[in-house]
Design a protein around this ligand. Structure first.
Ligand SMILES: [Zn+2]
Length: 462
């Protein structure tokens, strides 16, 4: 048994919280420690339901630790980009593979095999676009993968039929061909625990049973300390593992390959009939409109959600509210990507871009995810970004309290904060500061006094 005393408890008048065997058993004021019980003095710090990152890609994030960041922040122009690749190549054997991540065409334009060859002919190079949708390979990498003979539609070709080195949405195929060693998630999990994160929703689309099993095994073996709620297609069997649950089915939409309305409606129906909600990636106006239309035709299921919601026209707000569709957004993107949005987003889209305050004001259910590795994985930076955004005006800003609440929802009901009350899981994040000091509090790791997952203290700094 463990007792936390003298806390400011989230949405409660209690100051003391006791738990046993993974569940909260008692909340009150003036609770006395029982002999043999662990006793934590919160010193007035804010006790929150543990932070849950509602949209993340765990395996890609772990793999990223071994990648070279080549986004606009790290490599502002073509020369810096080429330099970075060449420097990294010096540490690799000639038969090695260089992996760049976070690329955006503002760095050195649209890439293909020939533009990469001009920077580096060996070793094999692959560069991932920031969107996660596209890998570009140099000619050596194309040859090693026999791309010219690969019949898959994701291989982009020139008019002669030759592969240009651009692979669209072919992560699974690439992973198999490269026999990518499985990255160890332990470091990432410990890092997140130190930030107060007690759960993740993995939003990777189309996971296979063996990939789901491997993730569950990471949780069962303690390589991942947090709870993992895993988006999966229908038909995936839940592996026996504590702290591991299956979530909605992820749909990835791309404008050039957008399904027709009847096709999408059918696909939503199949998922609903299998007893699962849908989670639909919507980053453009047309993606949101077709998704809303298909949901209307297929019928809404509890737990259906929109991922990102990068563009939400004001006409859709009322519908999202009345249907109770949660928008799982990334409030930090307008800060991390401010320069590109300022340059590339047409003026008529500005009011609808990455809504936040206006979603909450309209009564739309909202939750947050970092979308790491495509965004910063630190939820406290997301909280700060929510309070600081200035892109196209400040009207979408929200308070730090509202922002942290976006991470406190249940995995299945992301916009509804989990109560700290008897009978609920003892997933808790204790801050060093009381609620009123959060907006001005220091940097992320210093903020956390303890992280508790299923009753176990996984992070208690000295
Ligand atoms: Zn994502």
């Amino acid at each position: 048994m463990t007792l936390i005393r003298n806390a400011r408890v989230f949405r409660s008048t209690a100051t003391d919280v006791r738990w046993d065997d993974g569940n909260i058993t008692e909340c009150g004021t003036g609770l006395r420690p029982i002999s043999g019980e662990d006793d934590i003095d919160a010193r007035g710090g804010w006790l929150l339901p543990g932070l849950h990152d509602h949209h993340i890609h765990l395996r890609a994030l772990a793999a990223r630790a071994r990648s070279i960041p080549v986004g606009p922040a790290e490599t502002p122009d073509a020369d810096a980009f080429a330099d970075r690749l060449r420097t990294a190549a010096r540490d690799l054997p000639p038969d090695g593979w260089l992996r760049g991540v976070g690329y955006h065409e503002s760095v050195a334009g649209e890439l293909d095999r020939w533009s990469l060859d001009r920077m580096l002919e060996t070793p094999a190079v692959r560069v991932q676009h920031r969107s996660g949708a596209l890998w570009t390979l140099n000619s050596r990498a194309c040859r090693l993968l026999e791309l010219d003979d690969c019949p898959l539609p994701g291989v982009e070709r020139d008019h002669t039929g030759r592969a240009v080195g651009r692979l669209w949405r072919m992560d699974a195929w690439l992973g198999e061909r490269l026999n990518a060693a499985k990255p160890d998630p332990a470091e990432l999990s410990a890092w997140a625990a130190a930030l107060g994160v007690t759960g993740f929703t993995d939003a990777t689309p189309d996971l296979r049973q063996d990939e789901v099993d491997a993730l569950a095994e990471d949780v069962a073996q303690g390589r991942i300390l947090q709870r993992v709620h895993c988006m999966t297609p229908p038909g995936i069997v839940r592996p026996e593992s504590p702290r591991f649950t299956l979530g909605p089915t992820k749909f990835l939409l791309d404008d050039p390959t957008l399904p027709t309305l009847p096709e999408l409606t059918d696909r939503f129906r199949v998922v609903h009939e299998a007893g699962k909600p849908v989670a639909v990636h919507c980053v453009t106006r047309i993606q949101l409109i077709v998704t809303i239309a298909a949901l209307q035709d297929a019928g809404i299921r509890d737990g259906d959600r929109i991922e990102h919601g990068a563009i939400i026209p004001s006409e859709s707000l009322e519908w999202l509210r009345t249907q109770g569709i949660t928008v799982v957004t990334q409030p930090h993107f307008p800060i991390e990507r401010a320069e590109q949005y300022a340059r590339a987003v047409p003026a008529e889209d500005h009011p609808d871009l990455w809504r936040l305050g206006s979603l909450l004001a309209a009564g739309v259910p909202v939750a947050a995810g970092t979308d790491a590795p495509f965004g910063d994985a630190d939820p406290w930076r997301v909280v700060r970004a929510s309070t600081e955004r200035t892109l196209f005006g400040t009207q979408e800003r929200i308070s730090a309290h509202e922002a942290v609440t976006l991470f406190l929802g249940h995995p299945d009901r992301p916009a509804v904060p989990r109560p700290i009350a008897p009978g609920h899981a003892a997933d808790l994040t204790l801050l060093r500061v009381p609620p009123q000091e959060l907006p001005t509090a220091s940097t992320s790791p210093d903020l956390i006094a303890a992280t508790i997952i299923a009753g176990q203290p996984v992070h208690v700094p000295g």
